[in-house]
Structure formats: C-alpha cells, structure tokens
Design a protein around this ligand. Structure first.
Ligand code: MG
Length: 372
C-alpha cells in the first residue's frame, strides 16, 4: 500500500471569540492511499499554519514540507515515517506545529492500518484493558457562582461523575477563586470529582498560596497552575501542597514529559494526542507515566476525531484514567461525526469497536464549515 495524497481541510466557525476555546476551528487530515483506504486524523493547532507546513516545498535537506515526505510511502511504516519527518523538519519544527502536523498524520496512519487489518486501533496497540472510560465534563470557568451551580446541575443530570472548570474567570484574584471553587464543591457534593484548571497564569509563590487555600475543597487535581516552561516552579509547588498537580497539555513530543515528571515532580501528565505527535507518541508517554506511577489523563478539547484517538490510547494502557469531555456547543465538536460520542447514564464513553478509529465523518458538516 502507498500514500497518494495528504490533504488538510480547515474548518472554521463563522465568528470566533478571543477566549480559551479551541473548538472554534479545526484541521482535519485525510491520508489517501492507492488501495482506496482513507485515514482520518486531526491537528489541534493553528489551521492556516498547519496547512502551510503540510504543503510547503523543500527548502533544504533538513527543512521540508511534510506532505511531500510522505507521498509514495507505505502507511504501515508509522514509526519510520515519524522519524523521517522529525529529522526532515528538525530546524523549524521538531517541537511545536511541525510535530503537531505529524501527530495528525500519525492518527490517520493508524486509522488506515486498522481499516486494512479490520481491527480497532486499540487492538493494534496491544489490546483492550477497558472498553469504556469515565468522562469528566470540561468547561470554561464562569465568573458567577450561580452559573457554576446551574452548569453542574446540568452535567450531573447527564450522568457525569466528574466536572472540570478552567481558564475563563479563574486565576486573577484569590478571594474570587475561592468563592468559585467553594460554589462548585458545594454543588457537586463529595461523590463527584471536581477538577480545577488554572490556565498557566501564576508564578510558583502565587500557585503555592492558592493551592494551599484550595486544599479545603479537595479538587481531584489542580491543572496547569504555571507556565509550561517553569519546571523548577513545578518542583517547588509539588513539594509545598498536598494537591495533585497536573500539567503538560502544551507540550510536543515525549521529551518534555521526562522533565515534568523527574524534575517537576508532577502527579498527572496531560498530553493532547493531536499535539504531542499522534497515537504513537502518546502511547510512549502513557507507558512512561505508568512506569513512574504518574497519572496519564490526556487533554482533549477539540473534535470527536481527537476523542476517538484518545479513547484508543486510554483503552490500551494498563493505568486507570479519565476522559476529558469538552462540553462546547460548537458544531465542530458536536456534529462532525455521523455518530458523535456521548456519555451513558453512569458517565462513561464507549471505546470504538469498528476498524481503525471506528468513526465516520459527517461530510455535510465538513462541506459547510470548510467554506467559512
Ligand atoms: Mg487545560
């Protein structure tokens, strides 16, 4: 089998807001083959930059556009192709968008191989430890405690066993932060997990002061309190608080996770499968976390293509985990698949069983939002 074309399709909502919500646009990758199988992937990054990196011509030996490196290659050679791209984009892209582009393609290659073998991806990753994942509802932090209570009533009514609020109104002022988290804890009760995402806003001293105040409300973890580059800050924070500290949604490749775990001493790592380098890289990180007793709870705030890829990685990992379930009402999140993911009455999402990713795109939605 040979790759004949790598296609990137940018989708956009008609209007975008300058808020921390990456479900306002998307890049879908389709990898076409000479045997008629088409693999689907997604890249949660900046769509026009993704397209440029994919379609760029060669500049010199270590600076290629990505698509030309893959046409004519065998999609079963996933690891070799990942390394080929990594080396050929090394001077501009071995971190950041270059790797994110390869991540989306890697997902599509796994989809091709699964479809060709007539097996779901988790079977090819080593087998299924669990056929469903507990999901937590993930939402932006509203500034009004009454709005928090209203949202939680809705989430719990749908069956969610965990709720995360992040970014939005949180992180600017201690008194307000405590008021919001207190309201959330009172509304969820003690049985349901409450997670808090601080949105990379604090320095280490602020994070330590805030984490100690939040301990009373027992969040399951405190996510991204610091800049992704403040590894020494993470080391100080994790020594100073009893809370689990989570980080890592902004990283690309497996390499920064060694630092986050070994120097930063974080309790939970959160690679995003589309950003980190795809299913191949995410699985390596999942095993790294498993071997070191660190939780692996991937970031997933984009379309259901990302959700499918994340479910396969989580199904094939021995550790228990949680699925981030973005509650955005963007049609790119809600309607991109013919059968969108949903939670059952106990708050679980089923791991797909059909070949490859096990999903089918709604081409009408792609048609509609690729023209925006
Ligand atoms: Mg986050």
């Amino acid at each position: 089998m040979k790759i004949t074309e790598v296609e990137a399709i940018c989708l956009n909502l008609p209007e975008k807001k300058d808020i921390a919500d990456s479900s306002q646009d998307a890049v879908i990758v389709k990898v076409h083959t000479d045997e008629g199988i088409v693999g689907i992937g997604e890249i949660d990054s900046h769509p026009p930059i993704v397209k440029a990196i994919l379609e760029a011509p060669m500049s010199h030996r270590d600076s290629h556009g990505v698509a030309e490196l893959l046409v004519g290659e065998d999609p079963f050679d996933r690891e070799r192709l990942w390394q080929k791209v990594y080396k050929k984009i090394t001077h501009y892209g071995r971190r950041g968008v270059g790797i994110q582009v390869m991540g989306g393609i890697d997902i599509a290659l796994w989809d091709i191989v699964g479809k060709a073998c007539n097996r779901p991806i988790h079977k090819l990753l080593g087998g299924c430890f669990r056929n469903k994942l507990p999901a937590y509802a993930s939402a932006l932090f509203p500034g009004d405690p009454r709005e928090i209570v209203k949202m939680i009533v809705g989430f719990v009514g749908k069956g969610f066993q965990g709720v995360k609020f992040g970014w939005g109104a949180f992180g600017r002022e201690a008194g307000k932060d405590i008021e919001l988290v207190k309201a959330a804890r009172q509304a969820v009760g003690e049985e349901i997990k409450l997670l808090v995402d601080a949105g990379e806003q604090w320095d280490a001293s602020t994070a330590i002061e805030r984490a100690r105040k939040l301990e009373e409300y027992n969040p399951f973890f405190l996510e991204d309190p610091l800049s992704p580059d403040d590894i020494d800050g993470y080391a100080k924070l994790t020594r100073a608080t009893a809370l689990r500290i989570a980080a890592g949604e902004a990283e690309t490749t497996r390499f920064p996770y060694r630092d986050l775990i070994e120097r930063g001493n974080v309790d939970v790592i959160q690679p995003d499968v589309t950003r980190v380098g795809g299913i191949s890289e995410a699985q390596k990180i999942a095993w790294m976390a498993c071997d070191r007793g660190v939780m692996f709870v991937p970031h997933a705030w984009s379309t259901d293509i990302l959700v499918a890829a994340t479910l396969h990685v989580l199904a094939a990992n021995p550790q228990e985990s949680l699925l981030e379930f973005c509650v955005s009402d963007s049609p790119l999140k809600r309607d991109l698949l013919l059968e969108p993911f949903g939670i059952d009455k106990d708050g679980f999402v089923k791991v797909p069983e059909k070949p490859g990713l096990g999903i089918e795109l709604n081409e009408e939605i792609i048609e509609k939002f690729s023209k925006q």
